[in-house]
Write a protein that binds this ligand. Structure first.
Ligand SMILES: Cc1ncc(COP(=O)(O)O)c(C=O)c1O
Length: 398
C-alpha cells in the first residue's frame, strides 16, 4: 500500500501542536518523546476535575474515555481489548508476563544479544531461583539476528523465547515476525519487548504471533511517563500465574475460594493513575491518526540522513549495525567521552542521551562499547535539526 509522505505543512502543524519543539532540538525520543499538547491538556484537565469533584466521581464521569484507552491499545497492536492490561511502565509489564510463567529446573530460555537490562536481570533471577538455562543467539558479523541459529537452538527443553525488538542503545532491529513463525512450530512461549518500537514501528501482535508483548508509553508513543501496557494472548492468559491480586483482579466467592477475572485486566490492580491512562489513550489516538506506517517511513528516512551526515564528520563513528535500522542513531566521538558530548550539546539546547553498556550489556560488550551517544529521531524532527546537530558536533570538535 502506498504510504503518504508528510508534507512540510503537516510537519509545521505537528510541531505547532507540541510546545517542546519550540525551544530545543529533542533527539532523546528513545528516552522520552515530547508529548503532543493535547496529551498534556487531557491529563491536567482530568487532575483538576479530580481535585474539584473527587477522584471516584471523576472516574465515573470519564468512564467511557477511560475504557477507550483499552480500545486504542487494541487498535494500535491489532489485539482484542480483553488481551490488554495497563501498567505503569514496561518493566512491570515484562515482569508480570515473565514471572507468571511456571518454570522448572532445566527449562531453557532463548534470548538475543539485544536483551534489555531489566529482562536480563529477570532471566538471571530465574536461573538462580528455578535452575533454568539461558541461551543467547549471537548476531552475525553484520549485526543481524540469526534465524538459523535460533532454529538450531530450540529443543524440547525450550520453554520461552524472549526478545527485545529494538535495543535501547543500538539502531538495529530483530526480525520478530520471522522469530514468531519459528516459535509457532514448537510448544514454546514467545515474549517480545517492544518498548523502543511501539509508536515508531507498526506493531501487529497477530502478525508477530507473540504470546506476550510489553511496552511503555513515554518513548515513541509520546505518552506520559509512568505509563505502559502488557498484551497477553487470550489462549495464554490462563497459563500464567497472576502475581498480585486485589478485589478488581479476582472475586472472593466465599471465605475460602476466589475466581480470577477472565480477561487481561487480571494483570492489573484497581488503583492506578487514571489521568495518565487517559493521556496514554490520547497519545495512541494521536499516533493512529497520523498513521504509524507513515511515522516509521519518515523516522527511517531522517535517521538515514543523520547517519550519513555523522559519518561525514571526522572523528565520529556511527555504531548502528544490521540490515534494517530504526530511529535510534548511536555514535561516539573520538577524544570526547559520551557524557561530555551530551552535556556540550545540552548547552546548545540539543537533547541527546548516553547509552551505557549495562543497558544492553551483551551487545555492547561484544562490540567493545562502554558508552555511546544516542540521538533518537521522531517524525516531528526535521532535516534542519539534523543539520544543526552536526554543526554543533563540528564546533565541539574544534
Ligand atoms: C528496550 C527496553 N526495554 C525495556 C525498558 C524499560 O522500560 P521502563 O523504564 O518503562 O520499565 C526500556 C527502557 O529504556 C528499554 O529501552
Amino acid at each position: 500500500m502506498e504510504i503518504t509522505p508528510f508534507s512540510e505543512q503537516e510537519i509545521r502543524q505537528l510541531r505547532a501542536e507540541t510546545k517542546g519543539t519550540a525551544g530545543r532540538i529533542h533527539f532523546n525520543n528513545a528516552g522520552a518523546s515530547l508529548p503532543p499538547d493535547v496529551v498534556v491538556e487531557t491529563i491536567i484537565e482530568y487532575l483538576q476535575e479530580e481535585a474539584i469533584y473527587g477522584g471516584y466521581e471523576t472516574e465515573c464521569k470519564y468512564k467511557e474515555s477511560l475504557e477507550n484507552t483499552y480500545d486504542q491499545i487494541a487498535r494500535l497492536i491489532n489485539a482484542d481489548r480483553d488481551e490488554v492490561a495497563i501498567t505503569e511502565n514496561a518493566s512491570i509489564a515484562w515482569g508480570l508476563a515473565f514471572n507468571g510463567i511456571t518454570f522448572k529446573k532445566g527449562d531453557v530460555i532463548i534470548t538475543s544479544e539485544f536483551e534489555y537490562v531489566t529482562n536480563l536481570l529477570g532471566l538471571l533471577n530465574a536461573q538462580k531461583t528455578h535452575g533454568i538455562e539461558i541461551k543467547v543467539i549471537a548476531n552475525d558479523e553484520h549485526g543481524n539476528f540469526s534465524l538459523s541459529a535460533l532454529e538450531e537452538a530450540i529443543t524440547l527443553q525450550t520453554k520461552l523465547i524472549a526478545v527485545t525488538h529494538i535495543p535501547s542503545s543500538g539502531g538495529g532491529l530483530i526480525p520478530i515476525v520471522e522469530i514468531g513463525k519459528i516459535a509457532r512450530k514448537h510448544p514454546v512461549l514467545y515474549l517480545v519487548d517492544a518498548c523502543q518500537s511501539i509508536g515508531q514501528v507498526p506493531i501487529d501482535v497477530k502478525g508477530i504471533d507473540c504470546d506476550m508483548l510489553s511496552v511503555n508509553g513515554r518513548k515513541f508513543l509520546r505518552a506520559p511517563r509512568g505509563t505502559g501496557f502488557l498484551y497477553v494472548r487470550k489462549e495464554v492468559q490462563d497459563q500464567l500465574k497472576v502475581l498480585f491480586m486485589d478485589g478488581f483482579t479476582a472475586k472472593l466467592i466465599s471465605r475460602d475460594t476466589y475466581k480470577i477475572r477472565s480477561d487481561g485486566r487480571r494483570f492489573e490492580l484497581y488503583e492506578k493513575n487514571r489521568a495518565l491512562s487517559l493521556g496514554l489513550g490520547k497519545a495512541i489516538e494521536y499516533a493512529l491518526h497520523i498513521g504509524v506506517d507513515r511515522i516509521w517511513k519518515r523516522v527511517q528516512e531522517l535517521a538515514g540522513l543523520m547517519r550519513g551526515q555523522l559519518e561525514g564528520i571526522d572523528r565520529i563513528t556511527v555504531h548502528d549495525m544490521g540490515d534494517q535500522k530504526c530511529g535510534i542513531v548511536t555514535f561516539s566521538v573520538n577524544g570526547i567521552d559520551s557524557p561530555s558530548v551530551k552535556s556540550k550539546l545540552a548547552a546548545k539546547q540539543i537533547n541527546v542521551s548516553v547509552g551505557v553498556a549495562s543497558s544492553t550489556m551483551i551487545y555492547m560488550n561484544k562490540n567493545h562499547l562502554t558508552s555511546v551517544v544516542r540521538a533518537s529521531i521522531h517524525y516531528y524532527n526535521t532535516e534542519e535539526e539534523i543539520k544543526a546537530l552536526c554543526e554543533a558536533l563540528v564546533s565541539i570538535l574544534k
